[in-house]
Design a protein. Sequence first.
Length: 391
Amino acid sequence: MRNDIAAAIAATAARLEPLLIDIRRDLHAHPELAFEEHRTAARVSAELGKLGIAHQNGVGRTGVVATIPGGRPGPTIVIRGDMDALPIEERTGLPFASQAPGRMHACGHDVHTATLLGVAGVLRDLAPELRGTVRLLFQPAEEILGGAAAMIEDGALDGADLALGFHNHPDMPAGQFATVRGATYAACDRFRLGLHGVSGHAAYPHTTVDPIVAAAALISALQSVVSREVGPLDPCVVTVGAIHGGTVHNIIPDNCELLGTVRTLRPEVRARAEAALRRHVAGIASAYRVEAAFDWLPGVPPTRNDEAVRAGTMRAVGAQLGDVAGEGEPSLGAEDFALIAERVPSCVLRIGSGAPGRDDHLHNSGYQPDETCIALGAQALARAAVELLAG
């Protein structure tokens, strides 16, 4: 029976592959940002309709939830794929490049959407043999870490027993897969810091209180949070990604604003980093005589893989595709799938998408994944669902 399922999954994925690539290219040419995925959701809905799969639109504002009931009673597994694009100007030169100025699928969510539709097609054919129910979440707004919460609020996770997430990884060649034990992606928190001084002529700095000099000192000091306040074996990143202050060369401004992010893998390190940032801000504000308004904006927690689900997923991928799955290293990228993994035992499968001869990375204006990862990912996820539901 196991060999029969492997052959059936492979055959269906091969049959669907040209369509899935066409869908991916259509979505790639028409990228939509967070909570604007109306055209994308309509295409997903149309394809699910052709497959005869019951689904609900408008979940989490622009998400789609599809349900495939099995032939026997059992648990409910959620498989989530994200749909939104990034505000990046595409520079690939592809014939199906983005037609929307300033928007691009630079993180491969077009690949994810096509892959999840492939899972839908494969599991639709296997439904009579399934034990339990498969629920597919086509999620909006992952890039702003808001879509998972919106779908959960609308009941997308109600009654779920376990979940699978996935992401393409160009640092691995297409055909390779990986999972990570424990925390696979980081907690992501943001901060906003407003520094208020006293403006004046650049030639007479002693008559002013300079918020730009204070900002420069603070940017340098914040790096010591990682190097001197967090253990060297505990991953942590503090990045200032934006600084806004001043208008012309000869005026010291009243205000300067910093925007940044903190990434951590453990709750205690997350708390320590926040406390250290607050202390540094207070100390430097006092030393440089500026007023500081510090806002800590909590984001998502680390995404943690449940070991039983992770091990079962690895066995399933191996049974379907052979010796192609290994253990990966944690990443300080963040995922709002973390909110799903907080509620039910879960695992994120990393799907290799690196193309031969290319050195691509995500969130890059020239990113071109190897499209063979779509059907291969559909095979891996479908087989994982079958095996995890079977227990």
